[in-house]
Design a protein around this ligand. Structure first.
Ligand SMILES: Cc1cc2nc3c(=O)[nH]c(=O)nc-3n(C[C@H](O)[C@H](O)[C@H](O)COP(=O)(O)OP(=O)(O)OC[C@H]3O[C@@H](n4cnc5c(N)ncnc54)[C@H](O)[C@@H]3O)c2cc1C
Ligand code: FES
Length: 282
């Protein structure tokens, strides 16, 4: 069992938990993730290791379905049944020169740890944090500290630059020479944003988020097509060369269980309401 040391709400539907997981904390590198299972009957879900502090790791997640909604109800002192990791290949950290890190929504959670490691490797790091509107923005202060320069963008202009992260990336590229780019966010955002760097031939990484079950290359559920070859995101990634990824195939596969996911969330919410009504805990 893994102790949740504290939990907070960071923004609309976005939560963070600090979990005591010494093995993961001592071995985690930028870009890696864990597979967690709340209890014996729970679904296994992958979450990026967003920060490490001593024996603890931070997980930041958006409450979008049954498991993440359940996770958002847990508080400091509660326990999670399983945390397996660190999993996946770490980010390719080396000296590139000037790097841009682009985060979309909750994908921003992955960036500070990458930013710190890139800077430690001697890179200049420019951050771009984008979200639909100001209420979904996360980690602005932390990214300000982790990057040499930070730009905020919102789709509706409620904070920072009015527009998409891709527009800001183009602006940054017009102002200075960029050597490597990371784009982490929803699949559609990564698909669109990485077009900004394709013609310029800038090395661009994306972190893919297909459905994962075991996280160890055994089940095949996370298969993606990269450069015309089948890859398992859990062991071959999750970071890949953005310009080689078949995003349409990825997005199609991510919708496979939409109906079941909706039903599962509805059942969980009904159960929670019933528990509240009867004074019991869910
Ligand atoms: C390597 C990796 C790292 C991730 N890191 C984060 C993170 O740091 N923060 C965060 O908010 N989200 C992260 N995700 C996505 C997160 O795993 C899903 O949001 C979560 O599994 C949804 O579960 P649910 O039961 O709440 O929602 P559901 O209603 O079950 O699913 C909602 C959507 O989430 C995706 N999803 C569902 N089950 C899984 C699964 N087992 N594995 C992967 N995706 C699934 C599907 O696209 C689905 O349509 C990551 C995904 C991957 C692959
Ligand atoms: S999650 Fe099973 S092979 Fe990747």
């Amino acid at each position: 069992m893994f102790l949740i040391e504290k939990s907070d709400r960071l923004a609309d539907k976005i939560h963070q938990i600090w979990v005591r997981a010494p093995h993961v904390a001592h071995h985690a590198k930028a870009g890696q993730f864990v597979i967690s299972r709340i209890d014996e009957k729970g679904e296994r879900i992958p979450l990026t290791i967003s920060a490490v502090d001593g024996d603890s790791i931070r997980l930041i997640f958006m409450a979008i379905g049954k498991t993440t909604t359940h996770l958002s109800t847990l508080r400091g002192g509660d326990h999670i049944q399983d945390i397996a990791g660190p999993l996946g290949k770490p980010s390719e950290i080396k000296k590139y020169g000037t790097c841009v890190l682009v985060g979309g929504g909750v994908g921003t959670a992955s960036l500070p740890i990458i930013a710190r490691e890139l800077r430690a490797a001697g890179n200049r790091v420019i951050g771009i944090v984008g979200s639909r509107n100001a209420s979904f923005l996360i980690l602005e202060d932390e990214m300000t500290g982790a990057c040499d320069e930070l730009h905020i963008t919102t789709d509706d202009g409620s904070k920072g630059f009015h527009g998409f992260a891709a527009d800001m990336l183009k602006q940054v590229m017009a102002e200075e020479e960029i050597d490597a780019v990371w784009i982490i966010g929803p699949a559609i955002m990564m698909k669109v944003t990485c077009e900004a760097t394709r013609d310029a031939g800038i090395r661009t990484f994306v972190s893919l988020n297909p459905v994962m079950v075991d996280g160890t290359g055994m089940c095949g559920s996370c298969r993606v097509t990269v450069g015309g070859e089948t890859k398992f995101a859990c062991v071959d990634g999750p970071e890949f060369d953005a310009h080689q990824v078949d995003f349409n195939g990825l997005m199609l596969r991510m919708r496979t269980y939409q109906l079941e996911e909706k039903e599962s969330l509805e059942r969980f919410q009904e159960h929670q309401c019933a528990c509240k009504g009867s004074g019991r805990h869910a």
